[in-house]
Ligand binder design. Structure first.
Ligand SMILES: O=P(O)(O)OC[C@@H](O)[C@@H](O)c1c[nH]c2ccccc12
Length: 268
């Protein structure tokens, strides 16, 4: 207990601390006006609810993830274009592209590249702390932003989600337990994701999704995130009421992630 709690303090605190420095630098480097002039800034977003609830698709939000603090390098050989196109061909409802460089090996360029070659919703997967990152997400071509309850106050969640919605994007709130869920819910959210991984100590249990599903109000999409590697779990999660499934490592660890996803989907 004690060691996992101190580990929890460590990695998330480190990520957030680094992120604040990066945001300050980005603000100096790129004025807001430049973001607002970007080609993607005025585009109409693809709707997450439409794609997640489309019965012809799988409900899977498939993630491009080169590395993670828990696993180290997962796959640094493949281009974001080939992986995301493979995911779309396998029936992805949406894509998730990490833009955190320091801990996950992603870049803003990955998101731009994914946007250019895909016509389904894309989640900017990053640690959002500041309005600047929301505006930046739109400029990079994102349709969805992630708000992680454990690193944001309820007021920050309200303000950031309101801004994202005003720019036409969807908002995915990520929670890990009931306390985070109850304090963080607000009207401008579209989806609630239960992260099966504890971002502090990296332990994973799909039971978290099952424990929380009935506490998520019915107006929000329900997404189960992380640690999903068995198609049977999707069937159980669907039965429990989940609409969406965020999967990264299980596909990225393969030589051909799109093919891995196709084989996985065939077993659902
Ligand atoms: O690779 P996995 O275990 O399938 O997990 C994907 C995704 O849920 C995970 O990358 C994630 C969930 N929440 C996050 C927040 C930040 C960074 C990453 C994440």
């Amino acid at each position: 207990m004690k060691s996992s709690q101190s580990a929890k303090g460590n990695i998330l605190d480190k990520i957030v601390e680094k992120k604040r420095e990066e945001i300050a630098l980005s603000k100096l480097k790129t004025p807001l006006i430049k973001l607002e002039q970007s080609d993607f800034f005025s585009r109409a977003c693809f709707s997450l609810p439409d794609f997640i609830l489309n019965p012809a698709l799988t409900g899977i939000i498939a993630e491009f993830k080169r590395k993670s603090p828990s696993k180290g390098i997962i796959n640094d050989k493949l281009s974001v274009e080939e992986v995301t196109n493979g995911y779309v061909a396998a029936g992805a409802s949406a894509l998730s592209v990490l833009t955190d460089e320091s801990f996950f090996g992603g870049t803003n360029k990955d998101l731009i590249a994914a946007r250019k070659v895909n016509s389904i919703p894309i989640l900017r997967k990053d640690f959002m702390l500041d309005e600047f990152q929301i505006i930046e997400a739109k400029a990079l071509g994102a349709d969805i932003i992630l708000l992680i309850a454990s690193i944001l106050s309820p007021l920050e969640i309200q303000n950031l989600s309101k801004l994202a919605k005003s720019l036409g994007m969807n908002v995915l709130l990520e929670v890990h337990n009931l306390e985070e869920l109850n304090r963080s819910l607000c009207e401008d959210l579209d989806a609630v994701g239960v992260n099966n991984r504890n971002l502090g100590d990296f332990s994973v249990s799909i039971q978290h999704s099952h424990d929380l599903v009935d506490h998520i109000p019915s107006e929000f999409l329900k997404i189960s995130e992380s640690g999903i590697s068995d198609p049977k779990k999707i069937v159980e999660l669907k039965r429990a009421g989940f609409n969406g499934f965020l999967i990264g490592e299980n596909f990225m660890k393969e030589v051909d992630p799109g093919k891995a996803m196709k084989e996985f989907v065939a077993q659902i």
